[in-house]
Ligand binder design. Structure first.
Ligand SMILES: O=P(O)(O)OC[C@H]1O[C@H](O)[C@H](O)[C@@H](O)[C@@H]1O
Length: 301
């Protein structure tokens, strides 16, 4: 992608500027009266978002992240699509699908009358995607940057057969200290415990993290809250289209083992993912579309 051409086609004053980012990847810098954000066109990934009145970014982005074709960027909001987790057919295809590892297209860039910035990225099937996943699709990620960060992932089935997807906004939220963080809104829900033989368990009280956590919560509501006591703030997650949510923190051992995380990074983030995962599969008829929505708002004391 040619940065000069992108700016020629889409730049909006100081509000939306394209520039070469890490690893030479095309990045979109957004700054309006309400907030600023950084978006990678590669992977269709929001890397940073911060309302003007808030000190610390909403999102964690690893200092050791890879910015390389074929690799996922550790942090921000990776898009898992058209499957969440390991290859559902066990054929050795990449975990979390293929959209977090490839370049997306720019579909739309606009300033809205409400003072927000709207960036739409997209993708369609190619010979290469067909060889991995034999479906025709039009995928769009609608990003709205304002007082909140709003993400809508729209899957249109442009083929002649029904298709099934699982997916996620695999969001890495930045927290002051994981040991002083808890998540509310999942009380009394059932979850699959991926670190304990996929046993199904019941969540009592809010979710706290003091060891590796990797859970798929089922039949979840549409409002979750991350309470970040160290930073005296709460992150409100409002979602639509999902029946599951994933909570993930690798804790110390895995954090140290992951080459794209610092040893103590597990203290600095929590993934609370808006998902269609496990039995929450989405079936889309030919010519139809499905919309998964996540909205993030920071409330600071
Ligand atoms: O390291 P990644 O491939 O990005 O995956 C990171 C994590 O993503 C999800 O939260 C899964 O539930 C975890 O099992 C996985 O380890």
């Amino acid at each position: 992608m040619n940065i000069e051409q992108l700016n020629k086609n889409y730049k909006i004053g100081e509000q939306v500027v394209f520039a070469e980012g890490e690893g030479g990847l095309p990045f979109i810098h957004v700054r309006n009266d309400k907030a600023s954000a950084l978006i990678s066109v590669y992977a269709g990934q929001v890397l940073a978002y911060r309302p003007q009145s808030i000190q610390d970014d909403l999102l964690f982005l690893s200092k050791r992240a890879y910015y390389q074709a074929g690799k996922a960027i550790k942090g921000g909001v990776p898009i898992c699509w058209p499957w969440f987790g390991p290859d559902p057919e066990g054929r050795g295809r990449p975990a979390h699908g293929f959209m977090r590892n490839c370049m997306w297209d720019i579909v739309e860039v606009s300033a809205t009358p409400e003072g927000n910035t709207r960036i739409v990225l997209g993708s369609t099937d190619t010979e290469e995607t067909q060889s991995i996943w034999s479906r025709s699709f039009v995928l769009r990620l609608e990003i709205t940057i304002g007082d909140t960060l709003n993400l809508e992932l729209v899957t249109r089935n442009s083929g002649s057969q029904a298709c099934t997807v699982t997916q996620a906004f695999h969001t890495y939220f930045s927290v002051g200290d994981i040991r002083q963080t808890h998540v509310s809104g999942l009380e009394n829900t059932r979850y699959i415990d991926k670190v304990d033989d996929n046993l199904e368990k019941n969540q009592t009280g809010s979710v706290t993290i003091d060891a590796e956590v990797d859970r798929i919560y089922q039949s979840v509501g549409s409002n979750l809250v991350i309470h970040d006591t160290a930073r005296k703030r709460r992150i409100h997650i409002t979602s639509k289209g999902n029946r599951t949510a994933v909570v993930w923190n690798p804790w110390a051992k895995i954090s140290a083992e992951m080459a794209d995380l610092e040893d103590d990074d597990y203290l600095r983030f929590i993934c609370v993912e808006t998902t269609n995962a496990a039995t929450d599969r989405v079936h889309i008829q030919p010519g139809s579309e499905f919309r998964l929505i996540a909205n993030y708002r920071i409330e600071q004391d």
